[in-house]
Ligand binder design. Structure first.
Ligand code: NAD
Length: 269
């Protein structure tokens, strides 16, 4: 009999699961619609132990029950815009787990005024803060985790097609996601000798809290469903499943890539 706990997805055959004994840090859960939440569920279902973060007290209200249901070993406040916050959380991960095998960077932010205008109108301070929170924090995360990733592992961030092509209303975030995808390649090159693999997962549009800040997002969803060869947009569960796979040894021959999970929409002009 292999009983599966419905909330955590963890069964009693945990030693056979691909992430049994692996430990990971997952950032970016705002609520149960967040991509990071589906990633957390997927890696728990594969047997991993996890640390989760929440951005502030407002989001803690929604994320605390999720962290408890998932059996997260740590639940820490993380605001990557605050100096030392990220490094402090990673220090706690080191104290709790000793070693880290994977980390998920699922955070992005851009001031509404900068997101909604033309890219040439972006303010310097708005560009700096969007780049810091959405891109540079991934580099800082890798630096702080490197000493804990003694057995190698996977570092994964979330990108979007707007990095590569102009997507209406995505504006300056497209420039920042392009930098993020480039960072993934350079990080993969730097960290490859340590067995640390680095990926950008690029989901198609999904209605989440972050996505609701993009103008006419519903139209983008509708258009993508029509364009995608599979005839639908993706779910957070589909993104979670791919991301969890990238944390397993099944992806040991891969690094540095941007991997689309968008029902094939990116291949269609
Ligand atoms: P979400 O709103 O659920 O998650 C965004 C997260 O970023 C939130 O948890 C928020 O707290 C966190 N965040 C923002 N600023 C932060 C800061 N200063 N410190 C710490 N955390 C901060 O939305 P989501 O769609 O799940 O977004 C997750 C990632 O997926 C983002 O990088 C987003 O760009 C990317 N993505 C989303 C879509 C989509 O259509 N939803 C598509 C492709 C890529």
């Amino acid at each position: 009999m292999n009983a599966i706990n419905e909330q955590t997805g963890v069964g009693d055959n945990t030693l056979l699961l691909p992430l049994a004994g692996k430990k990971g840090l997952i950032t970016g859960i705002a609520n149960d619609k967040s991509i990071a939440y589906a990633v957390a569920r997927a890696v728990r279902a594969l047997g991993a132990d996890i640390a989760l973060t929440y951005q502030n007290e407002k989001t803690a209200k929604y994320t605390q029950p999720l962290a408890e249901a998932l059996g997260a070993r740590l639940f820490e406040k993380l605001d990557v815009a605050q100096p030392g916050s990220l490094e402090g959380v990673i220090e706690k991960c080191g104290a709790e787990f000793g070693q880290i095998d994977f980390a998920i960077h699922s955070m992005a932010f851009c001031e509404a005024d900068d997101l909604h205008g033309r890219v040439i109108d972006t303010s310097e301070s708005g560009f700096d803060s969007a780049m810091n929170i959405s891109c540079h924090s991934f580099l800082r995360m890798a630096k702080a985790l490197e000493p804990l990733m003694t057995e190698g592992g996977s570092l994964i961030t979330m990108s979007y097609l707007g990095a590569e092509r102009v997507v209406r209303n995505y504006g300056v975030m497209g420039i920042i996601k392009a930098a993020l995808e480039s960072a993934v390649r350079y990080m993969a090159y730097d960290l490859g000798p340590k067995g640390i693999r680095v990926f950008a997962v690029s989901p198609g549009p999904i209605m989440t809290r972050a996505a609701s800040g993009i103008a006419n997002f519903n139209k983008l969803l509708e258009a993508d469903a029509v364009k995608a060869p599979l005839g639908h947009t993706v779910t957070i569960e589909e993104v979670g499943a791919l991301t969890a796979f990238l944390c397993t040894s099944g992806s040991s021959g891969m690094t540095g890539q941007t991997i689309y999970v968008d029902a094939g929409a990116h291949i269609v002009a």
